[in-house]
Design a protein around this ligand. Structure first.
Ligand code: PEP
Length: 250
């Protein structure tokens, strides 16, 4: 993928199906541009009706997770192939809530990345450190290991298809945003790791999103930083007007 401006909204476990379809339609009616690419990421139950309701819209749709196997005896799980079969093009993998509350670790996430790519999905892979790690000054090494363990087994062609979201855990859902400088420093560091692993051309073209309490009121200063290509938004993506304001902040 060439470097893109993206604003993606992770709805987490929020909204009923009918409220979600309404939110998706409101967004689609108010925003039908190609750039920045707007992606909504509703719960699994909403995906099919949301995709149907968005018929023909430029709004993208993603899932919040997928299983690493294509099919089988994995009660309660959803495979990447099931998502691609209903025209869902994106999947978030490695969100800190999946890592923290569901014990997802790098080795599992690297298998999920493989499964998503095999099914033709575009993974949005999340990395980011806790406050303790940042206070110890070890955030770069921590994120470097997440990248190495989760992604750097991919071929260049595979790697070029994905998107990375840097989401410091201390900024998610807390109202505390990383400063634009903190975001820029980490994004620049991530791009440098990509350069070392896959070369300059891939690194320059790579899309890196920031996530952590992004709102209409703070998006502009974060997007002004040269290595920040957009945002993965949680809470503010449930408010159509605030989410649209974020998308208009480039
Ligand atoms: C997220 O969940 O990915 C996120 C960034 O949440 P919030 O915007 O609410 O901090």
């Amino acid at each position: 993928m060439t470097r893109k401006k993206i604003v993606a909204g992770n709805w987490k476990m929020n909204t009923t199906v009918s409220d979600g379809v309404l939110l998706a339609k409101t967004l689609a009616e108010n925003y039908n541009q190609q750039e920045p690419k707007m992606i909504i990421i509703p719960p699994f139950t909403h995906l099919f009706p949301v995709v149907a309701a968005l018929n023909g819209s430029a709004l993208g749709v993603g899932a919040q997770n997928c299983h690493q196997e294509e099919k089988g005896a994995f009660t309660g799980e959803i495979s990447a192939k099931m998502l691609s079969s209903i025209q869902v093009p994106y999947v978030v993998l490695g969100h800190s809530e999946r890592r923290q509350f569901f014990g997802e670790q790098d080795i599992l996430l690297s298998a999920k990345i493989d499964a998503a790519l095999s099914a033709g999905l575009i993974p949005i892979f999340c990395v980011g450190e806790s406050l303790d790690i940042r206070n110890e000054g070890k955030q770069n090494e921590f994120v470097r290991l997440q990248l190495q363990n989760g992604l750097f087994h991919l071929s260049t062609d595979q790697f070029a298809k994905i998107v990375i979201a840097y989401e410091p855990i201390w900024a998610i859902g807390t109202g505390v945003t990383a400063s634009p400088e903190q975001a820029q420093d980490m994004h620049q560091f991530i791009r440098k790791q990509i350069n070392q692993a896959y070369g300059e051309a891939i690194a320059d073209e790579f899309t890196i999103l920031y996530g952590g309490s992004v709102k209409g009121s703070n998006a502009k200063e974060i997007f002004a930083k040269p290595d920040v290509d957009g945002a993965l938004v949680g809470g503010a993506s449930l408010d159509a007007m605030d989410f649209l304001k974020i998308a208009r902040s480039f």
